[in-house]
Design a protein around this ligand. Structure first.
Ligand code: ADE
Ligand code: ZN
Length: 333
């Protein structure tokens, strides 16, 4: 099973670029840019990759953003992740990277756009990896800032796959951003949102009813509301589940308690992703292996979720067909 998963062609739909910065790389970049970090060694920094909840994690995640000082730095962080994709047979990846953080540091809005756009062009040329990026509004900064972010993003709408909603969830339901996401839809941009990660099922309803999402990041707490589960099964809205993230952020005590087998069994459109792989101890392959080894999900379940990831992506129909064909051929072999 381990080997089957390692070699399987994969699609990733939920990964935050700065969350792929291993402690060693973060440390090196801090030193290159003469940024003084509050840790005395790489080991100390590594040891700080420990969290009790999402808010604690977001604090650490921000350190990664603070050591990035140029478009080239951000491009390099992306490229390091794409090299990991090659190792893990990830063929298509849709990644998160917020513009607000860098705008607040004094960089122009196109800082993130240019870096990620260039990285994706080179990833396709060099490695055949397709995909794109999806900036998120930082929900705990509120709707006014989200509106400002949208104004900054609109001139670049052809360079982004979707706009999402991320960061501290509890206290910041999607409904707060209803008018801004209406403008996102009016501009013809797809909408996604983190929902039901730490906050209850109501936040998932809000993502559906108030901002009309095409896809939900996490969504694991949908199981608390039977009506919602039925709705999600009926509509097949994709849920991008991140098992290691959920364990690292203490949603579950360990992987064997993860609810993914129940979600799959109920017919929800679930797939596996890594979220912030450097912080949560595993990239896409490790997430899949851990689920296969610690829960009742078997090979058929892993294959079903690999298909769900392809179908739930924002790739063109042509690219989806290619990805499906490669997966089917791999399984036959
Ligand atoms: N930003 C980076 N990782 C995140 C997560 N798991 N939830 C919300 N926002 C995030
Ligand atoms: Zn996330």
């Amino acid at each position: 099973m381990k080997e089957f998963i390692e070699n399987m062609p994969k699609v990733e739909l939920h990964m935050h670029v700065e969350g792929s910065m291993e402690a060693e790389n973060l440390w090196k970049l801090a030193h290159k840019n003469h940024y003084e970090i509050e840790y005395n060694s790489i080991d100390e920094l590594k040891a700080a990759y420990q969290f009790n909840n999402l808010t604690e994690f977001i604090d650490m995640y921000m350190l990664g953003t603070r050591v990035i000082k140029s478009e080239q730095d951000l491009y390099d962080v992306c490229m390091t992740y794409f090299e990991k994709c090659v190792e893990q047979n990830i063929r298509h990846t849709e990644v998160h990277c917020d513009i607000r953080t860098y705008v607040d540091y004094g960089f122009p809005a196109d800082f993130v756009i240019n870096a990620l756009h260039a990285a994706f062009i080179d990833a396709e040329k060099r490695y055949g990896i397709t995909g794109g990026f999806m900036p998120c509004f930082i929900r705990h900064l509120g709707n006014e800032i989200a509106q400002k972010d949208l104004d900054l993003l609109l001139p670049f709408k052809d360079k982004i796959l979707a706009i999402g909603l991320s960061a501290v969830e509890v206290g910041f339901p999607p409904s707060l951003f209803k008018d801004t996401f209406k403008k996102v839809h009016d501009a013809g941009i797809k909408v996604i949102a983190h929902a039901g990660e730490e906050a209850p099922a109501d936040y998932i309803w809000s993502a559906i009813k108030d901002i009309n999402v095409a896809r939900i990041d996490h969504g694991i707490r949908c199981l608390e509301d039977e009506k919602l589960v039925n709705y999600l099964v009926e509509t097949q809205i994709p849920l991008t589940v991140c098992p290691y993230s959920n364990v690292a952020l203490k949603i579950f005590d360990n992987m064997s308690q993860h609810v993914l087998p129940i979600m799959l069994e109920k017919g929800l459109n679930v797939s596996i992703h890594s979220d912030d792989p450097a912080h949560f101890n595993g990239y896409l392959t490790e997430n899949m292996i851990s689920i296969a080894e610690n829960t009742s999900i078997d090979k058929a379940g892993i294959i079903k979720m690999a298909h769900n990831a392809i179908n739930g992506s924002f790739a063109s129909q042509k690219r989806k067909k290619e990805l499906s064909k490669e997966l089917v051929n791999y399984i036959k072999k």
